[in-house]
Design a protein around this ligand. Structure first.
Ligand code: ASP
Length: 350
């Protein structure tokens, strides 16, 4: 009898183990097939004087397609269990390789007719960051910024030094001619002409280039399935810039910021104003110290920019996946992956 009872208990425990195993298998299968709603991806392609009237149907289509491609590529990284840093870098590389944006290939020209590129990236988990400024031969400055973060003890490298570091890391270099686009060249000629006719404005200290012809900086913020935030920004700066001018994009806290405790932010607009307002960090700070939502904090940051007569916008994403994309210009190229995993792209004010 005793023996019979023992073997029944044994059979029952075996059955329990088998059932639990089946359940675990099912859970694993579900995890890898159902989309992970926790991951988030938000991008921008610059803010400025972007109106329907100034756009052709063909141009509009090109922007929609490129921004969609970047969103899909970044989302694929996150879905394949990649990190937010990988997603940010993937997205920005695609936009840097397109002549449509003021970053990488499509960078604007300096007064001297050269191209000087800036980029930065930040890891919200560790608060590590990397940035490069005024590089002239780096095909993808966002990749170099990431290497500064991961392979150097520094946060920011500039000019020739940054390029020497890039070469030591095997980064792809290109001749200056790579960055030539007729559209950006024409914008430089227009800016130089305008400057000649408007020298008083310059004396007053207003940046020579405004929202006109400058937009196209690119940025990305992401939240991965591990709950880590990251942010990145890349730009050619402002048309007709000189004297080694550097804007907010490569400055951690001004153009880019990420902190798992609060949010990830990437800005675009008149760099001088975003630096003075420490815009990206201010969003995080307002959330942390005043308990504001990411929407409210981002709105406040853009309000401050407006108050000091700056224009631009930003994208911000919090640790729970809430995001916002405020701007005080006529338009901002922007997009995100929605709840169903679909890329959504917007250009104009709604
Ligand atoms: N913020 C960039 C800069 O000032 C330009 C832009 O975002 O349009 O360099």
């Amino acid at each position: 009898m005793n023996r019979f009872r023992r073997s029944r208990v044994n059979i029952l425990s075996l059955l329990c183990v088998a059932i639990s195993f089946a359940f675990i298998q099912l859970a694993v299968a579900q995890e890898s097939t159902t989309p992970n709603h926790r991951v988030r991806l938000v991008i921008h392609g610059g803010a400025g004087t972007i109106t329907k009237a100034s756009m052709t149907a063909e141009k509009e289509k090109q922007y929609y397609e490129k921004l969609t491609e970047a969103l899909e590529a970044g989302y694929a990284v996150l879905q394949k269990h990649g990190t937010s840093l990988d997603a940010v870098e993937t997205v920005i590389r695609i936009l840097e390789d397109s002549p449509l944006f003021n970053a990488g290939k499509g960078a604007v020209f300096t007064h001297e007719g050269t191209n000087e590129l800036d980029a930065s990236i930040m890891d919200g988990k560790t608060l590590r960051a990397g940035a490069v400024a005024a590089v002239k031969h780096v095909k993808n400055p966002i990749g170099l910024a990431r290497l500064v973060m991961e392979k150097s003890p520094h946060v920011m490298l500039v000019g020739d030094g940054a390029e020497a570091f890039g070469k030591s890391q095997g980064v792809e270099m290109v001749p200056q001619e790579y960055f030539f686009t007729q559209r950006r060249w024409d914008q430089l000629q227009t800016a130089i002409e305008k400057e000649k006719q408007d020298s008083i404005k310059k004396v007053k200290g207003t940046p020579a280039d405004s929202a006109e012809g400058r937009h196209g900086t690119v940025g990305c913020v992401a939240l991965d399935e591990y709950g880590n935030l990251a942010a990145g920004t890349s730009t050619g700066g402002t048309t007709n810039k000189r004297f080694g001018r550097v804007g907010d994009s490569p400055i951690i806290g001004a153009g880019t910021y990420a902190n798992n405790a609060t949010c990830a932010v990437s800005c675009t607009g008149d760099g001088e104003y975003f630096i003075r307002a420490v815009a990206a960090h201010s969003v995080s700070m307002l959330m942390e110290s005043s308990g504001m939502t990411v929407q409210k904090a981002a709105e406040k940051a853009i309000e401050t920019i407006g108050r000091i007569h700056g224009t631009g916008g930003l994208i911000a994403l919090d640790k729970n996946g809430n995001f916002t994309m405020p701007f005080n210009t006529e338009g901002m190229y922007r997009g995100y992956i929605d709840e169903n995993g679909k890329p959504m792209v917007k250009i104009y004010k709604e």
